[in-house]
Each structure stands twice: as structure tokens, then as C-alpha cells.
Design a protein around this ligand. Structure first.
Ligand code: ADP
Ligand code: MG
Length: 403
């Protein structure tokens, strides 16, 4: 993969950077600026190298139909203001993407300056399925700059104009964020140091079929929690009450269990479960054995014995991949299982394991539960993109930066 270092001398060059600034907003105020902060190393490296930087990014899901369509609520203005604060310099935001405002803004840029273009998804060509549409937008973007740097990890699995097509028109490289993401996730999917322990949770088996089937071929041990554990328990012949169950996935899961047995992969399921009378019940009803979930109860977290078991099964790991919370961690009564697993991973990491966290909700859980983010080797910033890498897929926005 081409890195910024392969781009040669950038003094006086105009560098177009695709970043992921898709931050959560409430009443126009950014509630979590993590993605903007994650973009800083690349932007600072380019500025230090004497370049002028033009940032493109998207925010939310505008639905333009007929040409560039500005919509106040999806404007990148709050992101541009926050970026300016973080960089300690003025960041000018063009009011369009490749039109007169963008051209004027870019023409005025001096080395060390940073400008942003408005939401790239205000242009319907950005996400078009028609190659020629995307290529036309990419050509207009390319005309604004000398070099392209791809650093929006959250979008590298998308074949979009500002991610994929533009990389074919300008000298291109991965930014430091994309480079680190790909290096880290590859370490967990290609030739991992063993024992390799994978922890899977989250809501559904059907969301994670690709990840499970790919990792079952690579891991030494698979720990299963979250909503998907019930389909595994059922596949083993246990009743799961009113818990999340995907009846149409039971045969698939039986296939996973058979494949794991064939490969000698240890599958570890919870031994106890925190249950409630209903999903919305005001409080948990108690903890039951995983093979004795009452017919009228719903399982919403792994139990304390399972938390200890999972932590023990993580202790000797040399590589760990974690995707998916162990329970409904958004509610404190059902967060203990996720916390126990996260702490087990942090302990193993302190002992020398290489650990990665993939998946949007899993990364959010680490922050919400107040865990030390530095306790993990790598927390991925891209939900969909990190899952696709864990599935072993080739991502268009990465493939285009190879060679
Ligand atoms: P990620 O984004 O990390 O890939 P998912 O999106 O697959 O994770 O799953 C996260 C969701 O799974 C959370 O909102 C959590 O509340 C839910 N979840 C976890 N355990 C259960 C459970 N036992 N029953 C229902 N939902 C669950
Ligand atoms: Mg999710």
C-alpha cells in the first residue's frame, strides 16, 4: 500500500484529502469529534511537508437528485469550525464541491493553508452506480489538486467518486489513519500470532455471517456472546425463552459448530445469562444458567460466571479480535458482560497480546463504559469497513491504493 512517503516532495503542492468527518450532531453541535481528531495526524504531516490541504468529506445522508444541492442540516460548517480549532488555524469552507466557490478557495491556498469543500454527498454523482457519473465528479475534484490522499477509513469499502475514482486520476496514497487501520486489521486476519482468540457478539448472527465464517478458519478459540449467543445455544439444543433468536440461522450455526469441531477450534458459549421479564422491563429478573433459560424470560447480557470464563479464555491470547458487545451495554444493568470481556482484553494486551476492536457499537462501548482506549492495540474507526476487512474482503478504496 502506497503511503504519504511515496508521494515525494510535497512542498508547494495542493493535496486533496478524503477524510471521514461524519460526526454526530445535535442541534448543529458536534457531540463526538473523535473522527475529526483521528484525521489530524495525516493533515499535520502534509502541512509539515509544506503542502496546502483541501479536505473532502461527507456528513449524513443527503439525497440530492438533480445536481449539487446544498442542505443546511448536512453542511460541513460545524466540522470545518472544529477542525480549525483543533489545528489552530482558519479553515475556509467552500460553499460548493467543485464549482466557483471551490475553485476560488483553492486558488487562494498557500502552503500550510487548509480548506474544505462542502459535503461531497451534496453531489449525486458521488455515490452513483454509473461509472461515468462518478468519473466526471472525480475529474473535477482532481483538477483542484496535484495529489490525492485517502484517509477516510469509514468509507474505503465504498466505490465512490471521492474515494475510489479519484485515486485513479492523481498520484495517490493512503493517509496514516487508513494505513494504520489496514495494517492492524490485517495482523488479525493474516498470519496472526497464536493463540488467536476471537470474541463475537452484537445483535444478530445474520449481520456477521461473513465475519464468523472467515474467522472460524483462522482463530484458535471463538467466544460468543451478545444477541447472537441465543442462536448458538438453540443450535446446541437449549431453549432460549423470548431472547433474540434467528430461527432461520440455526442450520447455518450448526454448520459453524461442525466446521469448528473439524478444525479443532474451541467454541466457548456463555454458562450463565442475565435475564429480564421483557426487553423494556425496568430491572433485570436475575441470572440463570445458559442451558436453563425460562420460557418467559429474555436474555440481555452474559452472566458474571461467563464474564470470568471469557476473561480466562483471553488470558493466554497473543492475538485478539473483538466485534460486538456481549449484552445490551447501552443500559448499565446489562453492561457488565461487555465490561468484563473488555477488561479481559485489556489485561491480555498488557501481557503482550495484540488486540483489535472492530465494529461501531463495540468501539462506542469502550468509550461509554469509561474503559481505557489505550488499553487496546487498535480500536477501529470504521464500522462497516472494519467488518469487511475481518471478513477477508478486498475493499475498493484500499485496492486502488496498492502498487
Ligand atoms: P457492532 O456495531 O460493534 O458490530 P452490533 O451492531 O452487531 O455491534 O451490535 C450492537 C447491538 O447489539 C447493541 O445495540 C446491543 O444492545 C445489541 N445486543 C447485544 N446483546 C443483545 C441481546 N442479548 N439482546 C438484544 N440485543 C443485544
Ligand atoms: Mg453496530
Amino acid at each position: 500500500m502506497k503511503t504519504i512517503a511515496t508521494l515525494g516532495d510535497l512542498t508547494g503542492k495542493k493535496v486533496l484529502v478524503r477524510s471521514d468527518f461524519n460526526v454526530p450532531l445535535k442541534d448543529g453541535v458536534i457531540t463526538d469529534d473523535g473522527r475529526i481528531r483521528a484525521a489530524l495526524p495525516t493533515l499535520n504531516a502534509l502541512l509539515d511537508a509544506g503542502a496546502a490541504v483541501i479536505v473532502t468529506a461527507h456528513l449524513g445522508r443527503p439525497k440530492p437528485v438533480d445536481g449539487f444541492t446544498f442542505e443546511e442540516k448536512f453542511s460541513l460548517a460545524p466540522a470545518a469550525a472544529r477542525l480549525g480549532e483543533l489545528l489552530g488555524k482558519d479553515v475556509k469552507l467552500a460553499s460548493d464541491l467543485t464549482g466557483p466557490s471551490a475553485q476560488e478557495t483553492v486558488a487562494a491556498l498557500q502552503p500550510g493553508d487548509v480548506a474544505m469543500l462542502e459535503n461531497v454527498r451534496f453531489d449525486p454523482r458521488e455515490t452513483s452506480k454509473v461509472d461515468a457519473d462518478r468519473q466526471a465528479e472525480a475529474a473535477e475534484l482532481a483538477a483542484l489538486a496535484d495529489v490525492f490522499v485517502s484517509d477516510g477509513f469509514g468509507v474505503v469499502h465504498r466505490k465512490q467518486a471521492s474515494v475510489y475514482d479519484i485515486a485513479q486520476l492523481l498520484p495517490s496514497a493512503a493517509g496514516t489513519l487508513v494505513h494504520k487501520e489496514v495494517e492492524s486489521l490485517s495482523r488479525a486476519t493474516t498470519d496472526p500470532e497464536r493463540p488467536y482468540v476471537v470474541v463475537l457478539g452484537g445483535s444478530k448472527v445474520s449481520d456477521k455471517l461473513g465475519v464468523i465464517s472467515n474467522l472460524i478458519e483462522k482463530a484458535d478459540r471463538l467466544l460468543i456472546g451478545g444477541g447472537m449467543m441465543f442462536t448458538f445455544l438453540k443450535a446446541q439444543g437449549h431453549e432460549v425463552g423470548t431472547s433474540l433468536l434467528e430461527a432461520d440461522q440455526i442450520d447455518t450455526v450448526k454448520g459453524y459448530l461442525a466446521r469448528a469441531a473439524e478444525r479443532g477450534v474451541e467454541i466457548v458459549l456463555p454458562v450463565d445469562v442475565v435475564v429480564a421479564d421483557s426487553f423494556d422491563a425496568p430491572a433485570p429478573a436475575g441470572v440463570v444458567a445458559a442451558d436453563a433459560i425460562p420460557a418467559d424470560k429474555i436474555g440481555l447480557d452474559i452472566g458474571p460466571a461467563s464474564g470470568e470464563l471469557f476473561a480466562a479464555k483471553l488470558a493466554d491470547a497473543k492475538t485478539i479480535a473483538w466485534n460486538g458487545p456481549m449484552g445490551v451495554f447501552e443500559r448499565p444493568e446489562y453492561a457488565a458482560g461487555t465490561k468484563a470481556v473488555a477488561e479481559g482484553i485489556i489485561a491480555a494486551t498488557a501481557n503482550g497480546a495484540f488486540s483489535i476492536v472492530g465494529g461501531g457499537d463495540s468501539a462506542a462501548a469502550v468509550r461509554i463504559l469509561g474503559l481505557d482506549e489505550d488499553g487496546f492495540s487498535h480500536i477501529s474507526t470504521g464500522g462497516g469497513a472494519s467488518l469487511e476487512l475481518l471478513e477477508g474482503k478486498t475493499l475498493p478504496g484500499i485496492a486502488v491504493l496498492e502498487g
